[in-house]
Ligand binder design. Structure first.
Ligand code: HEC
Length: 144
């Protein structure tokens, strides 16, 4: 029993912050593990990733960027997989992200790419302190 718990522990840690790729699910046991792993914060992060992928496209095509997605504010309240991750520095990075994300929508055409990359670097900066797994994926958002 201990051995199983240990193996589950390993699977969980591989599936969460340490992994960048997700493997296809083979059975219901793994499905249960994956459901467990998606905390409110993890879901929000995936949402923010997708929203910023779309935003990047719009910037590159010089389309209308719309407005700041209010759901990003939930970074201040979303429940984390590990509640201890919500430290003082986590709050500082959260505020910086919101400020830098908002600034994209009011940036001039000349500075919008820079502002977008500043925002992406804020994602990376926080991840360096809490959850390094997704960093390579997040860096793909950067506009060259
Ligand atoms: C304030 C710190 C912080 C900031 C800023 C931040 N993240 Fe995260 N991110 C985390 C933490 C902590 C987790 C782990 C969440 C959990 O497991 O509950 C995470 C998880 C993720 C994940 C993995 C979710 C999963 O599938 O498990 C992705 C992808 C991600 N973040 C992308 C981003 C992107 C893109 C940004 C910028 C728009 C960003 N993050 C900004 C701290 C941060």
């Amino acid at each position: 029993m201990k051995k199983i718990a240990f193996l589950l522990g390993i699977c969980l840690s591989i599936l969460s912050c340490n992994s960048t790729e997700k493997k296809p699910l083979k059975n219901t046991k793994e499905t249960a593990l994956v459901m467990y792993k998606f905390s409110e914060m993890a879901l929000l992060m995936e949402d923010m990733y997708l929203a910023n992928e779309k935003l990047k496209e719009k910037i590159l095509k010089q389309e209308d960027l719309g407005s700041f997605p209010e759901k990003f504010i939930n970074i201040h309240t979303a429940v984390l997989t590990d509640v201890n991750d919500r430290t003082a520095s986590f709050e500082v990075f959260s505020k910086a992200l919101i400020t830098n994300q908002k600034a994209i929508y009011s940036s001039s055409t000349d500075s919008v790419k820079n502002q977008f990359n500043t925002m992406v670097n804020t994602c990376v900066a926080c991840h360096e302190t809490t959850c390094s797994g997704p960093i390579p994926r997040i860096k793909k958002l950067l506009i060259p």
